[in-house]
Design a protein around this ligand. Sequence first.
Ligand SMILES: [Zn+2]
Length: 184
Amino acid sequence: MAKAAKTTFRCAECGWTTLKWVGRCGECQAWGTVEEAGAPAPMAVASAPVTSRARPITEISVESAEAVPTGVDELDRVLGGGAVPGGVVLLAGEPGVGKSTLLLEVAAMRAAKAPVLYVTGEESAGQVRLRAERLGALSDQLFLAAETSVATLASHVDAVAPQLLIVDSVQTMVSPRPPESPAA
Ligand SMILES: [Zn+2]
């Protein structure tokens, strides 16, 4: 038997919640506004169509889990051999250390073999092209898009079908608000 969910208490004024009843709201400091709110509603999860059916483990190819070298030796060493297909790597660093330049180099090397989509949210496509020219990183397989909408980004991914997607930078991307979760 699962344990019953804990009762919570909620401030009628500001909505602040607490697991213990208190006489004064910890948020808006109002007295006597905290009342029992009942157990938190369990999160509803709707089933969704599968993207690929589950298969016996013996049928799974290990190729898709092997790291593909990026071509930049130092980056490959940090990544443990390269980028894993389907994997996500978050590259962080101080502004100006050369993240965009490194990514453009990686993009160009990968683009020699397969389509690469480089989405720039900080610079214009023209600026990125200029840097690519300086680096000798021009390639017909390197696709550029100046975009800050996650929804539009997804459409570019559908159109280009890249083997490598670079988003520079992820904090410039905005997505539509997710639907409100059912009120507790
Ligand atoms: Zn309150």
